[in-house]
Design a protein around this ligand. Structure first.
Ligand code: ADP
Ligand code: MG
Length: 243
């Protein structure tokens, strides 16, 4: 299977601190991969580097057959091929939910307003947020805001969805509705790379799990194997914290 995304030997430092120390990763079309690891292990930096939200110091990133780490590429054009959702502060507070959802389609992809809004409403309908379309984000619960942020991320039909601990800032009772939406997207065949601490969810939904520690991939493999029978002591040690 040809990979949709291929990262080769990525290196990234912030000043003296090496955060990614030779990370190589492949993502096949329709694959769901969970990146797990302690806080500070480099999960967010990895996702941000892959989505060109952060520069790399060394290595190569291929999206399809394009080298998107080539300094000559138009980063904004490449960023538009990804959808991204973060832990918090995803929505623009001064825009309505529908305006949030349609902004990138209209501005980046030049979709006519009416068409963008029809599609935006259809997506909001699908996730049960149609009645919130004209509200500002602060009128929504945290779970509804994250669902709206996911809708915004998929509204432009990105090739890859990057989800960075999207339930970490939520009250526990709101986590389920957000994960349920991710599960549906996964079932629809969306290609997803997600950093998560939701081990049960990762086991259930991700095809593959990657364990990152100190900026290197210690172990990766099918979710059930990594989460159920890890080979490496560091993976086992990390996972005991979640049991
Ligand atoms: P994780 O998402 O696994 O918690 P991060 O990728 O956020 O890990 O961070 C890895 C390390 O890189 C941490 O030590 C963090 O402090 C550092 N780091 C992340 N972003 C920056 C930045 N913009 N400037 C300086 N240090 C950073
Ligand atoms: Mg992080």
């Amino acid at each position: 299977m040809t990979a949709l995304l291929r990262a080769q030997e990525l290196h990234k430092a912030f000043g003296e601190r090496e955060v990614l120390r030779g990370v190589s990763l492949e993502l096949a079309p329709h694959e769901v991969v969970a990146v797990i690891g302690a806080s500070g292990s480099g999960k967010s930096t990895l996702l941000r580097c892959l989505g060109l939200l952060e520069s790399i110091d060394d290595g190569r990133i291929l999206l399809g057959d394009e080298d998107i780490s080539d300094p000559r590429v138009d980063a904004n054009r490449v960023r538009a091929r990804f959808g991204a959702v973060f832990q918090s502060y995803n929505l623009f507070p001064h825009l309505s939910v529908l305006q949030n959802v349609t902004l990138a389609s209209r501005v980046v992809h030049k979709v006519p307003k009416r068409q963008a809004e029809e599609r935006g409403m259809a997506l909001l309908q699908r996730v049960g947020l149609a009645d919130k379309a004209n509200d500002h984000p602060d009128r929504l619960s945290g779970g509804q805001q994250q669902r709206a942020a996911i809708v915004r991320a998929i509204a432009t039909d990105p090739e890859i969805l990057l989800l960075d601990e999207i339930t970490s800032a939520l009250d526990p009772e709101l986590v389920g509705e957000v994960l349920e939406l991710v599960r549906q997207l996964a079932e629809d065949g969306t290609t997803i790379l997600m950093a998560t601490h939701e081990m049960a969810f990762a086991r259930d939904v991700a095809h593959r799990v990657v364990f990152l520690d100190g900026g290197v991939i210690v172990e990766e493999g099918p979710s059930a194997q990594i989460l159920g029978a890890p080979r490496e002591a560091r993976t086992r040690e990390f996972l005991t914290r979640f049991n």
